[in-house]
Design a protein around this ligand. Structure first.
Ligand SMILES: C[S@@+](CC[C@H](N)C(=O)[O-])C[C@H]1O[C@@H](n2cnc3c(N)ncnc32)[C@H](O)[C@@H]1O
Length: 307
């Protein structure tokens, strides 16, 4: 399957990439079985990948230079993808987050890549074949992180981790975010999929929303308090109080507060909107950490992309 990463689940979508590859002779042709593993990504995802690289470079440099030889820094990519994408703008292959992380020098001491998709996992295994410090795990990252990966990044063991949580939609469980915050050893880059939330949950008439989507929203947010952020009670001319839908930024700022107050991250970035060509916000990127220096670095990086 080729997924279109507009921030919503894309299973079953027609692969425009394949038809373009077949119909336009001047374009770069790749075998169809390869194209099936790769996502076609928009400019905003390329910006996200730039940001990941710009942060992971100084992160690895600083952690690798620690004098204490017990220090061990780990890269965790929970919704990893295949490690390669196709740029929707240029049609060229570009590195996904796992490949970017593997290329960072100095290398991380360990890498964990998780994905549910068998074809992507096979491709990831190919990428790491000569990297014994890298591990690929297939399955739902919401359980694998808690049982197999986070226990290897404990603060008391001098371990530190950079964790990317980059779902297509509402596939993430708050327990993962909260655990990452409370461990104190993890810097987190998080995709807050506001477009998927708007499409599935934040409707003007909330009674019509599928209960399964409400459940998924509760799971991502951690409880039902998103309702307060998403719907502002407003009296109309007849004195009836109606819930008026809050704007994207208000909702993202309420989530920022949860990352600080509930997950206990000391520093949380301002949410950085990732917009499509029509200026609609597809998702917000958050960065959360316990370290002031990390916060300073990301603030400088985000500045370049905001506005
Ligand atoms: C947005 S893509 C990841 C892109 C990648 N982080 C990058 O920037 O190169 C999301 C990936 O998450 C995977 N996925 C979806 N649900 C998952 C889950 N519960 N656990 C692990 N992976 C999942 C999908 O197969 C897909 O490859």
């Amino acid at each position: 399957m080729v997924a279109n990463t507009d921030g919503v689940e894309a299973a079953g979508e027609v692969n425009s990439l394949i038809s373009n590859l077949l119909s336009l002779p001047h374009r770069r042709i790749m075998p169809i079985e390869m194209a099936l593993v790769f996502d076609e990504i928009g400019k905003w995802s390329e910006i996200k990948l730039d940001i990941i690289e710009k942060y992971a470079l100084p992160y690895s440099k600083i952690l690798a230079s620690r004098k204490n030889p017990e220090f061990h820094h780990v890269y965790i990519d929970a919704f990893a993808g295949s490690g390669t994408h196709i740029s929707r703008t240029t049609r060229d292959p570009i590195r996904g987050s796992p490949q970017i992380a593997l290329d960072i020098k100095p290398h991380f001491k360990e890498y964990y890549f998780i994905d549910t998709d068998g074809a992507k996992v096979a491709e990831l295994n190919r990428l790491i074949s000569d990297r014994p410090e890298a591990h690929v795990l297939q399955g739902d990252c919401n359980s694998i992180l808690l049982t197999d990966v986070f226990p290897r990044v404990m603060y008391k063991d001098f371990r530190r981790g950079l964790c990317l949580l980059d779902p297509y939609g509402l596939d993430l469980d708050w327990k993962v975010i909260e655990t990452a915050g409370q461990m104190k050893s993890i810097d987190m880059i998080l995709n807050f999929p506001v477009m998927a939330m708007n499409r599935n949950v934040f409707w003007r008439n909330p009674e019509g929303v599928d209960p399964a989507d409400i459940l998924r929203m509760n799971t991502y947010w951690g409880d039902e308090s998103w309702k307060k952020a998403a719907y502002r009670p407003t009296p109309n001319l007849f004195g009836e109080v109606k819930g008026i839908k809050g704007n994207n930024r208000t909702i993202a700022l309420a989530f920022k507060k949860r990352l600080q107050d509930v997950a206990k991250f000391t520093y949380v970035s301002k949410p950085l909107p990732m917009r499509n060509s029509k200026s609609a916000t597809i998702y917000y990127l958050f960065f959360a950490t316990q370290q002031q220096i990390a916060n300073n670095i990301i603030t400088n990086i985000f500045k370049k992309y905001s506005g």
